[in-house]
Ligand binder design. Structure first.
Ligand SMILES: NC(=O)c1ccc[n+]([C@@H]2O[C@H](COP(=O)([O-])OP(=O)(O)OC[C@H]3O[C@@H](n4cnc5c(N)ncnc54)[C@H](O)[C@@H]3O)[C@@H](O)[C@H]2O)c1
Length: 245
């Protein structure tokens, strides 16, 4: 039987690499995208199994459309989109510039729109698809030091709910995970800039530790599976109980 195809955007990140490995184990044929060519290449090689990859800046709409078209042409129809890119620095809003805000919104929100707009028409035509966005629990409860990031992730979650409503009639499920503090290079960067912030964050997690990237990937794996066919428009906290509503 032909394998289903999953596109994982931002696959060089810790969480995304874990998602890619997990989806490969689940039997997906993978297409990976990230702007970090070197790490992306390593992840694709490590996974093997004909995993293909595209190096691009996902805030470049034209590049995203071109790459998605190439995936569909060379690899095949995309059944699952896992949009995982994200970026922030641990800074206080009053100290930031509007250039920084624009960058945060481009990466954490606009990039999700670009890739979804490119992938969705094919899913609608085939009347099948799964979309998962990795947002953040910061979108639900806010995080000091990540104000604009939290706002952009909240926008991504609200967008996901809306396209879930628009596309359920085409048998397309759209959901989000909302990770809490997870061990990753992004987290290590924030820790360097603002160690107190990480300490504060882990204190709020009932398990009192950071999540491992694989624990995030397990939930993504479920959401793109047929077991989750009756779940859409949900933002599932994967944060060890950081938020509970
Ligand atoms: N790590 C955490 O504690 C945490 C908590 C909550 C939410 N999240 C979210 O989870 C997701 C995964 O985070 P992570 O910790 O694995 O991050 P990470 O820092 O390990 O990876 C970031 C990846 O995104 C890629 N990227 C950034 N901007 C890009 C762009 N414009 N175009 C293409 N690729 C780009 C980078 O090259 C890198 O590979 C992100 O959306 C993040 O916001 C992370």
């Amino acid at each position: 039987m032909k394998k289903k195809i999953a596109l994982v955007s931002g696959a060089a990140g810790a969480m995304r690499a874990a998602c890619a490995r997990r989806l490969h184990r689940d039997g997906f044929q993978l297409a990976l995208m990230d702007r970090n060519a070197e790490t992306l290449e390593c992840v694709a090689q490590e996974i093997g199994g004909g995993t293909s990859h595209w190096t691009l800046d996902q805030t470049d709409e034209t590049a995203v459309r071109k790459a998605v078209a190439e995936v569909e042409e060379r690899v095949g129809p995309i059944h699952a989109l896992v949009n995982t890119i994200g970026w922030t620095e641990g800074t206080r809003f009053v100290d930031e510039t509007s250039d920084y805000w624009r960058k945060v919104v481009e990466i954490n929100y606009m990039a999700a729109l670009y890739i979804t707009h490119a992938v969705l028409p094919g899913m609608i035509e085939r009347q099948a698809g799964k979309i998962v966005y990795i947002t953040s629990d910061a979108a639900k409860v806010g995080t000091g030091g990540e104000a604009v990031y939290a706002g952009a992730k909240a926008a991504e979650a609200a967008f996901a709910k809306s396209i879930a409503r628009e596309n359920a009639r085409y048998n397309i499920n759209v959901n989000c995970t909302a990770p809490g503090p997870t061990d990753s290079p992004l987290m290590r960067e924030v820790k360097e800039q603002n160690p107190e912030m990480i300490l504060r964050m882990t204190k709020l997690v009932p398990f009192r530790r950071l999540a491992q990237p694989e624990e995030q990937a397990d939930v993504v794996s479920f959401l793109v599976s047929e077991d989750a066919r009756w779940i859409t428009g949900q933002v599932i906290s994967t944060s060890g109980g950081l938020t509970m509503n």
